[in-house]
Design a protein around this ligand. Structure first.
Ligand SMILES: [Zn+2]
Length: 267
């Protein structure tokens, strides 16, 4: 289609348009594209792309095709591979960011955390968290504006480090982190540096797990604000992160080690 890599019509669907299926823009007698009808619905770029597709000579019904599989069938594996590819394509990470090696990923997968939190780290790394900025980039939102402070675009960095309420969460947590000390460090780089700097000891691993619990609970608090109209409350988020982590550790029979550290790794 118009945008070859995504196989999508880029024209925004006009309201009140009655055309719903492909066969409705194919002439019923000569079995060719109805150019006049197509041009009245989509942009010239999309129209030209559609006209370049040969119409099947067989009289087949419309069907959903998964473009990323040679047989046109969706599989979990092909969906996963495409999601990874899209995450890389949509990435707007700072150019100074360094990629994580297999060693760092092994470290993440071995952390004592629920799978959803490890997946959350994966989404942060791949800039695949559904922040308003990312949704706008994918044309799934009307604004990039942070739904909490309404003063800046909601990037992952803004969500976790720059929004005033999340700064209060980090500082009030056991980690005592001052986000302003992180400068322009991206969340992904900060995580990576923490893994390298103090991920070797069990104590360091417990600090990193606490970091991820805090980040996750900020994300959940933001979602509750956006979707359930709950007020963001830094104290409540701090308490929830602590409670949920302790509860998880209790189910694993692991003692909860309070992590007191100033997590500033800039070197
Ligand atoms: Zn904000």
């Amino acid at each position: 289609m118009g945008e070859r890599e995504r196989f999508r019509v880029q024209t925004v669907r006009p309201g009140g348009n009655s055309v719903l299926k492909v066969h409705e823009v194919i002439h019923p007698v000569n079995k060719q594209w109805d150019e006049r009808k197509i041009r009245s619905i989509v942009s010239d770029v999309d129209c030209d792309a559609i006209l370049s597709i040969p119409v099947s000579v067989e009289d087949k019904d419309d069907a959903l095709i998964w473009h990323h599989d040679s047989r046109g069938c969706y599989t979990v594996n092909s969906g996963y591979q495409e999601a990874v590819k899209q995450a890389h394509l949509g990435s707007t990470l700072p150019s100074s960011s360094t990629g994580w090696s297999a060693k760092e990923w092994k470290f993440v997968w071995n952390l004592n955390l629920p799978p959803k939190l490890k997946h959350f780290v994966w989404r942060i790394y791949h800039n695949a968290l559904a922040t308003c900025q990312n949704l706008l980039a994918k044309r799934c939102a009307n604004t990039a504006c942070c739904p909490v402070c309404l003063t800046a675009a909601e990037s992952i960095e803004h969500l976790l480090f720059e929004c005033e309420w999340s700064k209060r969460v980090w500082f009030g947590s056991n980690l005592g982190l001052r986000c302003d000390d992180l400068g322009n460090l991206s969340v992904r780089d900060w995580f990576g540096q923490c893994f390298t700097s103090f991920g070797i000891s069990n104590w360091g691993k417990s600090v990193i797990c606490s970091m991820i619990w805090v980040a996750w609970t900020i994300w959940k608090g933001r979602n509750d604000h956006l979707f359930n109209h709950c007020l963001v409350n830094p104290e409540a988020i701090i308490a929830k992160a602590k409670h949920d982590e302790a509860e998880f550790l209790a189910t694993c029979n692991v003692a909860s080690a309070p992590a007191m550290a100033i997590l500033v790794c800039t070197g």
